[in-house]
Design a protein around this ligand. Structure first.
Ligand code: DAH
Length: 347
C-alpha cells in the first residue's frame, strides 16, 4: 500500500477511535493541524522539482480531501450519538400522573374569627375592620392611656419611622381597642344632631402586635374587640351576651362565666372574663378568655359622645387563645409557623 493510502487508513482508525468530539479534534490536529502529518507532507513538496511537485501535490491533496471527509463523517456520527444520549436522559414520561396541589383550607384562627363574626352578627353586632399601623392617639391616648401613663408599659410594641399629626411615631397597634374609637367616632359623626342615636354594637377582629414571644405569646397575634354603647346598657347585658357567645362558640351549655376584677385604663370598673366548663378535658378550671369593662367616661367623650347620656361596655378577646382551647393546642407558635402538617389537621 502506498504511504498515502496508509496515512488515510491511519486517520480512519484514529477518527473511529475518538469517542468524544474533543478526542476527535485532537485526532484531527494530528493529521490536518499546523504541524500535522498532511501539512508536513505539503511542506515537503517545496524540495521537489516542478514536474514532480505537480503530480505529488495532486496526490497529497486528494488524500487530504479523503481524510477531511472521514473527519466530517465521524463528526456527524458523534453529534448524532450525543443528541440521542441527551434525548434519552431528558425523556419525559407523559404517562406519569401529575402532582396535584390538593384543595387549600382555612387557617384555624381564621375559622375561629369567622365563627366569632357569625355568632355576634346573629346578635345584632356589626363587624368592623381597621388599620394595623395606628397613631399613638388612637392606640393609647384616646383610650385614656396618655403619654407617660404607667399602663403603657403593659403594651410595648413596634414603632414605625413616621410621625403622626401630634409628632408621635405611628405604631403597630397593641390591641384592637382603637377600633372602638374609630367606629364610635364615625357612628357619632354620622348621627350628629339627630334626636336619637342608634346604639353602637360592633365587633372588630384583627391582627395586633407586641414585643412578646413565648409558648403563649407571639409578637403578632389576634384580638377581637367588642363595643356596645347606648343609653341603658349594663354589665348584665355584657354577661348575657358573652355567656351566649361562649356557649355557641364552644357548642355546649355546660359552662359558667365569672367577672374577675381587673384594671384597664379605658374601662371603669374593669373585669377579666373567665369561663369554666362543667365537663370535658378542661372541666372545672377557670380559663381567662377576655378583658372587659364599662367604658370610661373619658373614652366616651373621645368617641364624641356625652358620657352623661351614653354608657356601655367593651371587651377584648383573643381568637388565638379561643382556638387553642377549642382544639386543645398548647403552643401558640404552631399557628404561625406555616407547617402544613399541623395546619391541615383543622380542615
Ligand atoms: N385591649 C385590652 C388588651 O389588649 C383588652 C380589653 C380589655 C379590651 C378590656 C376591652 C376592654 O375592650 O374593655 O389587653
Amino acid at each position: 500500500m502506498s504511504a498515502l493510502l496508509e496515512l488515510i487508513e491511519e486517520a480512519r482508525s484514529a477518527f473511529a477511535g475518538a469517542a468524544t468530539p474533543a478526542q476527535l479534534e485532537d485526532a484531527k490536529a494530528r493529521f490536518l493541524g499546523k504541524s500535522g502529518r498532511v501539512t508536513e507532507l505539503m511542506k515537503g513538496l517545496a524540495a521537489l522539482p516542478v514536474e514532480e511537485k505537480k503530480s505529488r501535490g495532486a496526490e497529497i491533496n486528494q488524500a487530504k480531501q479523503q481524510i477531511e471527509s472521514l473527519l466530517s463523517g465521524r463528526r456527524t456520527q458523534l453529534a448524532e450519538a450525543e443528541l440521542e444520549a441527551q434525548l434519552k436522559a431528558e425523556a419525559l414520561d407523559v404517562t406519569l400522573p401529575g402532582r396535584a396541589r390538593g384543595p387549600g383550607g382555612l387557617h384555624p384562627v381564621t375559622r375561629t374569627i369567622e365563627r366569632i363574626e357569625a355568632i355576634f352578627a346573629s346578635m345584632g353586632f356589626d363587624v368592623a375592620d381597621g388599620p394595623e399601623i395606628e397613631s399613638d392617639w388612637m392606640n393609647f391616648t384616646a383610650l385614656n392611656n396618655p403619654a407617660n401613663h404607667p399602663a403603657r408599659s403593659m403594651q410595648d410594641t413596634f414603632y414605625v419611622d413616621l410621625k403622626d399629626a401630634d409628632g408621635m411615631p405611628y405604631c403597630l397597634r397593641t390591641h384592637t381597642s382603637p377600633m372602638q374609637v374609630r367606629y364610635a367616632r364615625a357612628h357619632a359623626a354620622q348621627h350628629a344632631g339627630a334626636e336619637d342615636m342608634p346604639e353602637i354594637r360592633v365587633i372588630a377582629p384583627g391582627r395586633t402586635y407586641r414585643v412578646d414571644s413565648d409558648a403563649t405569646h407571639s409578637p403578632m397575634f389576634h384580638q377581637c374587640e367588642g363595643l356596645w354603647i347606648g343609653e341603658a346598657v349594663s354589665f348584665r347585658d355584657l354577661k348575657s351576651v358573652f355567656t351566649e357567645f361562649c356557649k355557641r362558640f364552644f357548642e355546649t351549655d355546660q359552662l359558667e362565666l365569672r367577672f374577675r376584677p381587673s384594671y384597664f385604663p379605658f374601662t371603669e370598673p374593669s373585669a377579666e372574663i373567665d369561663i369554666a366548663f362543667a365537663d370535658g378535658p378542661l372541666k372545672g378550671r377557670w380559663l381567662e378568655v377576655a378583658g372587659s369593662g364599662q367604658v370610661h367616661p373619658t373614652v366616651v367623650r373621645n368617641f364624641g359622645l356625652d358620657p352623661e347620656k351614653y354608657i356601655g361596655f367593651a371587651f377584648g378577646m383573643g381568637p388565638d387563645r379561643l382556638t387553642m382551647l377549642r382544639y386543645g393546642v398548647n403552643d401558640l407558635r404552631q399557628f404561625f409557623e406555616g407547617d402544613l402538617r399541623f395546619l391541615a389537621q383543622f380542615n
